[in-house]
Design a protein around this ligand. Structure first.
Ligand code: ZN
Length: 189
């Protein structure tokens, strides 16, 4: 897990990106609880100085939330209506997150963030993701949510012109461009 894989510009979208190329799915980062914890440390979903055991959270619960987040924002990126079941999964996780959350002043003093002090399970990781998804749903900008046509990774387009197409040029943009270049060369032979 490297920072270069965190291209979503939004925690919940980076969580959805822990698997590549749905529906066949490969390169899944959440095959083990350790994979979930590694992602959480890299993405900041859980502070690295808090010891965490997996206790209390089933991996299937994490994957269930991830797939609902993916389908929700994939639908939004394609301007389709999200499935009510996916809305419910996210809203239920957000409700649980709020129930145990503390308000914590952001270190730059610009507002507050949700924190779950004293929690030693991996549950706050899922709560952070649910809170991120709820914030994006409530505040947007939903028109800036995109999905890479090559690998299915989601991202929030923060570019000035709003024309981002790929998860990243390094990972998919250049690959697709060079494949196209090669195909056009061979086609003209
Ligand atoms: Zn991609």
């Amino acid at each position: 897990m490297s920072a270069t894989e965190l291209v979503g510009n939004c925690l919940c979208l980076d969580f959805a990106n822990t698997v590549t190329k749905r529906p066949e799915g490969h390169g899944d980062r959440l095959v083990t609880m350790e994979g979930l914890l590694t992602w959480a440390r890299a993405s900041g979903a859980h502070p690295s100085d808090v010891p965490v055991g997996g206790g209390g959270v089933a991996l299937s619960e994490a994957i269930n939330l991830r797939e609902s987040v993916y389908r929700m924002f994939s639908a939004i990126a394609a301007q389709r209506r999200p499935e009510p079941g996916d809305v419910a999964v996210i809203m239920n996780a957000y409700a649980a997150a709020l129930q145990s959350a503390h308000l914590h002043l952001h270190h730059e003093g610009v507002g507050h963030v949700l924190r779950w002090p004293g929690q030693r399970s991996a549950r706050p990781i899922l709560w952070s993701v649910a809170a991120s998804a709820a914030r994006l749903l409530l505040e947007g900008p939903l028109g800036r949510v995109g999905e890479c046509p090559s690998c299915g990774w989601l991202f929030l387009d923060t570019s000035r012109n709003g024309r981002r197409r790929w998860c990243s040029m390094a990972m998919c943009g250049n690959q697709v461009k060079s494949r196209r270049y090669y195909a056009s060369k061979t086609a003209h032979r």
